[in-house]
Design a protein around this ligand. Structure first.
Ligand code: ATP
Ligand code: LTN
Length: 334
C-alpha cells in the first residue's frame, strides 16, 4: 500500500507504434484506476531490446509513448500516477538478475511469447528474450503491486511472476506482495485485420493488419474496409467467423454497445456498411487522443521533465523493495 492505496503496475514496450490492440487491451483501461489506486505505468525499453531496435526509433518511440500515456488521460501531476521509463530506474535490471536465480529453465521454456518470438526472430534467439519474464517479474514485484492490467497474451507472464514471488517468499518470508492479473472481457485480445486468427501486434510487418492509434481517419477507414472476413453477409457473433467477431469486439469497445445491440443495428445490412461504421467509430474515438498527443509532443522539455520526475518517484519505491531483498539474501550492507 502507498498512502492507503493498493498498487497497480503495467508496462508497454516502445517496440513499434502503438496499435488499437495496445489501446483497447491495455492503455485505455489504465486511466480507470487512477482515482482509487497508486498507479505505476512504465515504458519498458529494456524489454524492447530483446529484439533488435534502431536506436533513433527506440528513443523517439519512448517519448511518443510517454505522450500517448498522457493523451490517454494519465496525468503525471496527479499524485496517484507515476509515468516513467524502465531504463531510468536501475533497480529493475538489478532485481531481474536476482529473480533470474529463482526462475526455472523449464518454466521459461514454456512461455508462449518466447516460443512465438524465437520463431519470428530465429536469427537472434538471445538470452534476454528467454529470461524476459524475470525482468517483467522484477518490474511488478519492485512496487509491491496488487493488480496488473494487461491483455490476455500477458496473463502467462503474470502467473509466472506469482510463482516466482511465492517461491521467494517461502525462502524469505514477507518479501513480495503477490500480484493479480486483470483483463477486460472485451478487448483483451484484438486480432490482426489481415489474419484474424493472429493477435494484432505492433511489430507486424503488414501495415494493413494493424490500425495504429495515430493513423488518420482515411487510413483507419481504408484498413477496416480491407479487413479479412468471410463469405457470409450477416453481422453476428459465431464460431469460426473470426474476422467478424473481431470487428464486433472492436466496435463494441469503441461504442460501448453490446453484441446483441450491434447485431440488431446491422440486421439486413452487409459487411460493407458494418466495416465503415467500425472505421468511423474507431477514428472518432481516437481523434481527441491524437489531438492531445500532438499538443503534448510540441513541448519536449516539459515531457522530459515529467519523465524525470516519474523516474525519481519510481526509484524511491523501487529502492525500498530492492534493499529489503538484498538484506534478506545476505548481501553485505555498507
Ligand atoms: P510486440 O509486437 O512488440 O510484441 P505488442 O503489440 O504485443 O508488441 P506489448 O508491448 O507486448 O505489445 O503489449 C503492451 C500491452 O498491450 C500488454 O498489456 C498487452 O497484453 C496488450 N496487447 C498487445 N497486443 C494486444 C492485442 N492485440 N489485444 C489486446 N491487448 C493487447
Ligand atoms: N511483457 C509485456 C510488457 C511488460 C509488462 C510488464 C506488462 C513488461 N513489464 C509489467 C505488465 C507488467 C508485454 O510484452 N506486453
Amino acid at each position: 500500500m502507498i498512502n492507503d492505496k493498493k498498487i497497480i503496475f503495467s508496462g508497454i514496450q516502445p517496440s513499434g507504434n502503438l496499435t488499437i490492440g495496445n489501446y483497447l487491451g491495455a492503455l485505455k483501461n489504465f486511466s480507470e484506476y487512477i482515482d482509487n489506486y497508486k498507479c505505476f505505468y512504465c515504458i519498458v525499453d529494456e524489454h524492447a531490446i530483446t529484439v533488435r531496435q534502431v536506436p533513433a526509433d527506440l528513443r523517439r518511440r519512448s517519448y511518443e509513448m510517454m505522450a500517448l500515456y498522457m493523451a490517454c488521460g494519465l496525468d503525471p501531476t496527479n499524485e496517484n500516477v507515476t509515468l516513467y521509463v524502465q531504463s531510468h530506474v536501475p533497480a529493475h535490471a538489478e532485481l531481474a538478475w536476482i529473480l533470474n536465480c529463482f526462475t526455472g529453465f523449464g518454466e521459461l521454456s514454456r512461455m508462449t511469447q518466447f516460443k512465438d518470438k524465437s520463431a519470428k526472430h530465429a536469427d537472434n534467439i538471445n538470452a534476454g528474450l528467454f529470461t524476459y519474464p524475470a525482468l517483467m517479474a522484477a518490474d511488478i514485484l519492485l512496487y509491491q503491486t496488487d493488480i496488473v492490467p494487461v491483455g490476455i497474451d500477458q496473463k502467462q507472464h503474470v502467473e509466472l511472476t506469482r510463482d516466482i514471488a511465492n517461491r521467494f517468499n517461502q525462502l524469505y518470508p514477507d518479501t513480495f506482495t503477490i500480484p493479480e492479473p486483470v483483463m477486460k472481457k472485451t478487448g483483451a485480445k484484438i486480432m490482426s485485420l489481415a489474419d484474424p486468427t493472429k493477435k494484432m501486434s505492433k511489430s507486424d510487418e503488414n501495415q494493413n493488419a494493424v490500425v495504429y492509434i495515430l493513423d488518420d481517419k482515411d487510413t483507419i477507414i481504408r484498413k477496416f474496409k480491407r479487413a479479412v472476413t468471410d463469405s457470409d453477409t450477416c453481422v453476428r457473433v459465431a464460431e469460426g467467423k473470426d474476422g467478424i467477431n473481431n470487428l464486433i469486439s472492436i466496435y463494441s469497445c469503441f461504442t460501448g454497445k453490446t453484441d446483441e445491440e450491434i447485431e440488431r443495428e446491422f440486421e439486413g445490412r452487409g459487411y460493407g456498411d458494418f466495416k465503415l461504421a467500425v472505421g468511423e467509430a474507431c477514428a472518432d474515438a481516437l481523434a481527441p487522443v491524437q489531438a492531445e498527443f500532438k499538443r503534448i509532443m510540441s513541448d519536449k522539455a516539459q515531457l522530459e521533465q515529467f519523465m524525470k520526475n516519474g523516474a525519481d518517484e519510481a526509484a524511491y519505491y523501487a529502492r525500498k523493495t530492492l534493499s529489503k531483498v538484498r538484506r534478506k539474501l545476505g548481501f553485505v550492507q555498507i
